[in-house]
Design a binder for this molecule. Structure first.
Ligand SMILES: *Cc1c(COP(=O)(O)O)cnc(C)c1O
Length: 427
């Protein structure tokens, strides 16, 4: 894809030809002067969610009370799972919406290790989300410190080579687990290839789809993936802390032993048996009563993605990221920035990292500059990455143009020097 012009009229033209443009109206945009490029951390609020939640609270909880569970709520984890399944290439009965991504990773990771008791190696990488690595370290501790976690390294901090992955997987490997799209550089694995490498060695695969779902098409069945987890509050716009999902391939569902034996994991929770008898389907990976109000907020958001179509969303995301990189090459690389993401869109998710030694202060200046300056919200990841998240369902070309132009000004005019490099709580 080639762009020739840095002129604002070109951005306007690109927006005019965007066939997904109308989806932006589905979202609450409270401040037209705020450019939000952090939909990869917390997606925007869909307008229809407000009404949907109002109904869930007033009618569902307020009027129907306990009866509401039998009026559809109890089936929400699997019904919503069936919708997410369409976005990630899974069968309807292979996905469950439940708990948090971290907790789901714990449940599936532990179950996978116990399924292969003689193999003692877990393969992951230095790009994985720290929570994923901590959870794996905790699982190893829980199982008596017999296992070891091998992290595949990167030579450039941007990609992980397939050869390095291949070298790490061997006959002692029980589990291969990566983030499909890396949270910092946006590097995206070839899921089919890595899963095949793992299977050739007899290992199970567990993919974290937190930075993929809703932005990148995933084909779990086509890639023969065993296990996966993912988040719903990023590109899927399910709301702060909305429940995550887990995927267990059909053929594994009655073979893996769930690590947490909660009553919702039992075959008949309301039989109130005194001994645990696990459900034979994916329900065995439930634990307790679902967080229904948060779960309700996920549904209208997922519906929007299904309606826009994941292939069209990906197409727009690639075009917008290419446009962003084009502007960065014209305006920002001469000012000391470097590209912290793969240049090849096939190897990149839906955000672009730009690195600069003053990244932290630049990020603060973008977020905090008082009006009339236009405000831009990206986020910052140590040590020097400014992440610009493209949420193709609502991001416009105009916003990308304005954001990059603002970054240029903040650096060119040294506006960032007015801000402290002292880190604040959530970055
Ligand atoms: C965002 C994210 C998580 C978040 O986990 P929570 O349990 O929801 O806090 C986990 N893994 C990856 C790869 C993520 O990007």
């Amino acid at each position: 894809m080639h762009f020739q012009s840095t002129d604002i009229n070109f951005a306007i033209e690109l927006d005019a030809h965007d066939e997904l443009a109308s989806y932006r109206d589905e979202f609450q945009i409270s401040d037209p002067n705020l450019i939000y490029l952090d939909g990869n951390s917390l997606g925007r609020l869909p307008k229809r969610t407000v009404e949907y939640m109002g109904d869930a609270i007033e009618r569902g909880w307020g009027e129907r009370l306990i009866r509401v569970w039998n009026e559809g709520w109890i089936d929400a984890p699997s019904e919503l799972g069936a919708k997410i399944a369409k976005l990630v290439g899974a069968q309807a009965d292979e996905i469950l919406v439940t708990d948090s991504t971290s907790v789901n990773l714990f449940k599936l990771g532990l179950a996978a290790l116990r399924a292969h008791p003689k193999r003692l190696k877990i393969v992951s990488d230095v790009f994985n989300f720290p929570s994923d690595l901590y959870i794996l370290q905790g699982i190893i501790d829980l199982l008596g410190n017999k296992h070891r976690l091998e992290l595949v390294h990167s030579t450039d901090g941007i990609i992980i080579s397939s050869d390095a992955v291949k070298d790490a997987i061997d006959e002692d490997t029980c589990l291969v687990t990566f983030s499909h799209v890396a949270f910092k550089s946006a590097f995206m694995y070839d899921m089919a290839y890595v899963t095949e490498l793992a299977h050739d060695a007899g290992a199970l695969t567990l993919w974290d789809l937190s930075h993929s779902v809703g932005a990148v098409p995933v084909d779990l069945n086509g890639c023969k993936v065993d296990l996966a987890v993912g988040c719903t509050y990023k590109y899927l716009n399910g709301g702060p802390g909305s429940p995550a999902f887990l995927y267990v391939k059909r053929g594994l569902q009655d073979r893996l032993i769930p690590p947490i034996w909660g009553w919702f994991a039992a075959q008949a929770p309301f039989a109130f048996d005194l001994n645990f008898n696990p459900a034979t389907d994916i329900s065995r990976f439930k634990v307790g009563t679902p967080a229904m109000l948060s779960m309700k907020a996920v549904e209208p958001a997922v519906d929007l993605h299904l309606s826009a179509g994941i292939d069209r969303l990906r197409e727009k995301s690639v075009q917008q990221s290419e446009y962003l990189i084009f502007l960065a090459e014209q305006w920002l690389l001469p000012l000391g920035f470097s590209l912290g993401s793969p240049r090849d869109p096939e190897m990149r998710g839906s955000h672009v990292s730009l690195r600069h030694p003053e990244g932290y202060r630049i990020n603060r200046a973008l977020i905090e500059s008082p009006p009339p300056a236009i405000r831009v919200i990206p986020d910052f990841r140590e040590p020097d990455n400014i992440r610009l998240g493209i949420a193709p369902i609502y991001t416009t070309y105009m916003e990308i143009h304005q954001a990059l132009s603002r970054i240029r000004k903040v650096v060119d005019k040294k506006i960032y020097e007015m801000y402290s490099a002292q880190r604040s709580g959530v970055t």
